[in-house]
Write a protein that binds this ligand. Structure first.
Ligand code: CMC
Length: 434
């Protein structure tokens, strides 16, 4: 990042002689950023930007999105190349460390993650506190937060080695926590991780296997799982990542911060959309019902949305959606599912929406969640697990962003301001006089 010193914008306050020259900062990519840090001190002004549509809350070197062009880069590498050529653990190394690993670094990193896959035995009993039908995201918020009570040895956030160990622990344990949330739901025994399997493979094993019989992980499905994890690994300063950063800015421990991120991811406008898409497709039921459904979506009084469509940043195709659509066909082909009615319906819905003026005017395109639910359902995941799988994949992004924030010399506690529109100061009135 550089402050050019040459370019600036000037704010003048109408009716006064007050003005401030605001320097413009340039990143490697993306629009220039007006450095308004002196705005309040010099002019006594706040800025108003609900939803942070035009606010850069931090400097970051991890992920870049060009929403107009539909570009997503992890540490400079296009998502398409990583999806085709890399693996989730390699991407995890890249996000955390900034560069792709060589063979020795990769082997050491994989080993560092793998040795932490088991959960403390006492965490098993923690699950019993949940109702049998607890949503996996509720379990994940609770159990990931509870890790804070188990790793007192690695919670000094100012020690880089302790931060590294916490990152390994989180990346390694979150799949086990998610798989066990499912096992708890269906009353099957928890399956301990198998460290001889790859990361995605081990997750599928813990999720699907039972102790009573051997379980063979289908390599095509393991690769699809790995791909889904790569696509969800990071996504710049989205709501859950910003939540992790905000929680972390107070000095809270990494397990608490990631639990906060999981809570933020849960909502249907964010990670919960994959679950909502499948629910929506099931409710629409048939292609013939699409026009009625779209009329409902366009009617402001209905408060309905085409789930899996639209994005705060992408005003073009979400590049992850394209990869996901292809993966969807590959997985259904591998599983011998021909003419899946939900996929057919999704493709028809996409086609109609992309030609509809409402969606064209608002630049609404399919996002990553539009096809992910169909692929996950075909892979045997219940709908309630979809967002938990997103959380498993995003943990590495969250922890990378958290670590970057801790190391940032500009980092301060996150503390937005407001426009206060409530009552002006007034005196207390005793109850018998109200
Ligand atoms: N269906 C119908 N209309 C929509 C949709 C949609 N999915 N998304 C946005 N719009 C309309 C919205 O009604 C508004 O119209 P108008 O200008 O007439 O008031 C306009 O488009 C702009 O919408 P917005 O709510 O201001 O946009 P936003 O940037 O605040 O919201 C979003 C982004 C992702 C929350 C929204 O597009 C949405 O709710 N999409 C559906 C949920 C979804 O698929 N979420 C997953 C996002 S990708 C994965 C992730 O980040 O977790």
């Amino acid at each position: 990042m550089s402050v050019s010193g040459k370019r600036s914008v000037t704010i003048t306050v109408d009716g006064t002689n007050k003005a401030l020259n605001i320097p413009l900062m340039d990143g490697t990519l993306g629009p220039p950023v007006a450095d308004i840090r002196k705005l309040y001190g010099e002019l006594g002004l706040f800025t108003y930007d609900p939803g942070y549509g035009a606010t850069a809350a931090c400097e970051s070197k991890i992920t870049y999105i060009d929403g107009d062009e539909g570009v997503l880069l992890y540490r400079g590498y296009p998502i398409e190349q990583l999806a085709e050529k890399s693996t989730f653990l390699e991407v995890a190394y890249l996000l955390l460390n900034g560069e792709l690993p060589n063979a020795a670094q990769k082997a050491e990193f994989d080993q560092g993650v793998i040795r932490h896959t088991m959960l403390h035995e006492q965490l098993r009993t923690f699950y019993n506190g949940f109702r049998r039908d607890a949503h996996p995201m509720a379990v994940m918020c609770g159990v990931v937060g509870a890790l804070s009570a188990f790793y007192h040895d690695s919670m000094d956030i100012n020690d880089p080695e302790q931060r590294r160990i916490s990152a390994f622990r989180l990346i390694a344990k979150v799949p086990t926590i998610a798989a066990w949330a499912h096992k708890y739901n269906i009353g099957q025994p928890f399956m301990y991780p198998r460290n001889d399997l790859g990361y995605a493979e081990n997750f599928l094993y813990m999720f699907h296997a039972v102790p009573a019989e051997p379980y063979h992980v289908n390599p095509v499905l393991a690769r699809a799982m790995d791909l889904i994890m790569i696509l969800h690994a990071d996504h710049e300063q989205n709501a859950s990542t910003s939540t992790v950063r905000l929680a972390g800015s107070t000095g809270a421990n990494p397990f608490a911060c990631i639990a906060a991120g999981i809570a933020s991811l849960w909502g249907p406008a964010h990670g919960g959309a994959n679950e909502a898409v499948l629910k929506m497709l099931t409710e629409i039921g048939h292609v013939r019902n699409v026009p009625d459904f779209l009329s409902k979506v366009k009617d402001k009084n209905e408060h309905a949305r085409l789930m899996g469509f639209g994005h705060r940043v992408y005003k073009n195709y979400d590049p992850r959606a394209k990869i996901m659509q292809k993966a969807c066909h590959d997985v259904l082909g591998e599983l011998g599912i021909k003419g899946d009615p939900l996929l057919d319906l999704a493709m028809e819905l996409e086609k109609i929406a992309l030609h509809d003026q409402y969606f064209i005017d608002r630049k609404l395109y399919p996002n990553v969640d539009f096809y992910s639910g169909i692929i996950l359902k075909a892979m045997g995941f219940p709908t309630s697990m979809f967002t938990a799988l997103f959380a498993v994949s995003r943990t590495v992004g969250w922890i990378s962003q958290w670590g970057e924030m801790i190391e940032d010399p500009q980092q301060r506690i996150g503390r937005p301001r407001q426009i206060y529109t409530g009552a002006a100061q007034r005196d207390y009135v005793p109850i018998d006089r109200r």
